[in-house]
Design a protein around this ligand. Structure first.
Ligand SMILES: [Zn+2]
Length: 167
């Protein structure tokens, strides 16, 4: 454990706040909508677009994708893309940072995030996106999308909106 992984852990634990806040219908609808949107951000954005460049899109939509994905507290768009490219470059070798072959399923699924050596971002691996100042800004202020969307969720549906809808 080190300070940079606290938001990731906190985002998972915070849903327990629902025990205190209760569950409203507005929060449930918000939760379903945000789950769909952010999962698209991660799989369609972080993975397919920013890591693999599977498709092309405009600069505004590119920023929207990065912002939505980054609101999930899975670290910055440049960090995610660089780590994933590294993973494909060295798949299942000793160099692979998240191979189940060398350190097991739990390490490859989530444990590797807690290894401090994986906290840094090799910007050379993601320089095609690092050249955009708005993505560089997101990289620098990693938690900004998470905090902004969390506050919006609270404003839309109260504490339940935050714990159930957002977390
Ligand atoms: Zn991939």
């Amino acid at each position: 454990m080190y300070p940079q992984v606290v938001p990731f852990v906190g985002a998972h634990l915070a849903c327990l706040g629902a025990i205190w806040s209760g569950v409203t219908w507005q929060a449930v609808v918000l939760g379903i909508a945000l789950y769909w949107l952010r999962m698209f951000g991660i799989t369609g954005g972080y993975h397919r677009y920013f890591s693999h460049r599977t498709y092309k899109c405009g600069r505004a939509f590119q920023f929207f994708l990065a912002f939505i994905a980054q609101s999930s507290a899975q670290k910055s768009v440049l960090w995610w893309g660089a780590k994933h490219r590294h993973h494909h470059l060295y798949s299942d070798t000793e160099e692979d940072i998240l191979s189940p072959r060398h350190k097991g399923f739990m390490y490859s699924h989530v444990g590797w995030i807690f290894a401090k050596k994986n906290d840094s971002t090799d910007l050379a691996k993601i320089e095609d996106f690092a050249r955009y100042p708005e993505l560089e800004w997101l990289h620098r202020y990693e938690l900004a999308p998470t905090i902004i969307l969390g506050v919006l969720s609270f404003l839309m549906a109260g504490w339940s909106g935050l714990f159930v809808g957002f977390f």
